[in-house]
Design a protein around this ligand. Sequence first.
Ligand code: NAD
Ligand code: UD1
Length: 337
Amino acid sequence: MDIFLTGGAGYIGSHTCVELLNAGYNVTVYDNLSNSSQESLKRVEKITSKKIRFIRGDIKDEQKLISSLSGMDAVIHFAGLKAVGESVLKPLEYYDNNTAGTITLLKAMQKKEVKKIVFSSSATVYGEPLFLPLTEEHPLRVTNPYGQTKLMIEEILRDLYKSDDSWAISILRYFNPVGAHKSGIIGEDPQGVPNNLMPFISQVAVGKRDELNVFGDDYDTPDGTGVRDYIHVVDLAKAHVKALQILDKPKCEAINIGTGNGYSVLEMVKAFERASGKKIAYKIMPRRDGDIATCYAKAQKAKEMLGWTAQKGIEEMCEDTWRWQINNPDGYKSTNA
Ligand code: NAD
Ligand code: UD1
């Protein structure tokens, strides 16, 4: 089977390439490299000893999509901008790239009769939880333009399926992806100051940053710091392979991809200290705007529909992040892999 990955050179996409190639799929990556480099794909080829077909292209370019989709059986749609703070400052860029870009992709797919898609959504669509753990039935309400684009795309996909029930659509709502491939040669490569917790902690451990700012210790959680459902990126990548396999029949399903366990910021700091043998200096700061206290998944639907359960715990998430970080202190610009 031939799988077309928009945004496949990025963090989650590159890890998914490994799992798809290992499972025997042919992989085409379509990426404009706005937040990634082709180096990630060269390293995926090294890990798997298999070839990737790469097309440098934008999801807003319908003609290029139409020509590139020839012979494809299904699409995994990762391409998108993902920084919440930036989306507040540049909403039009986010709506244009993520929402309009997805509409263009779906039009091209319709024209080419490629009607199978796995879409990267986010737990951000649940907003401030009304109950925990979060089930797929939890009301959807978002608080920032990035989250809006995810929710709008979900609604577009549901409407598309209502209009034509020959489509097969898996909407995966990721919780907090972290970690890296065991090889230590692919991983998350944030540009500039990391927004997310794990890349920030690992940059403190390696000495690139002095200390972690812990955003709030007065939440209603066991130690007062925010609690999240961290999921190893390799587990997440494997969920995509499973999600493709259920697209043999028409459907439109949203599925949580998380572990079902929540860990606090300070628990993650301690776990990273154990994995790296380094002390993580931190200071308590005010809460970050828009943050919630606690968020974790009910992961039952993924187990029932996909036959998928997360296998890797926080120790492995931290060890694998650390291996990637020390081998590649400058991410894909490092040359020693
Ligand atoms: P990433 O930035 O590493 O990967 C996204 C890729 O999309 C990049 O390679 C980028 O160059 C490409 N891209 C962006 N706009 C494009 C366009 N117009 N045309 C073609 N390519 C384009 O991000 P990631 O962490 O791998 O995330 C993948 C997807 O998962 C995104 O849609 C993101 O919103 C979603 N997601 C990520 C997280 C997370 O914490 N990483 C959580 C929930 C959901
Ligand atoms: C963020 C996004 C969310 C996105 C998710 C996964 C925001 C407001 N939300 O969620 O939309 O789906 O990433 O990509 O950006 N923390 C610190 N110090 C730091 C960084 C984070 O204390 O330097 C804390 C946060 O307050 C939070 C936890 O660590 O409690 C996790 O933060 P982060 O990794 O940014 O993920 P989310 O906030 O869950």
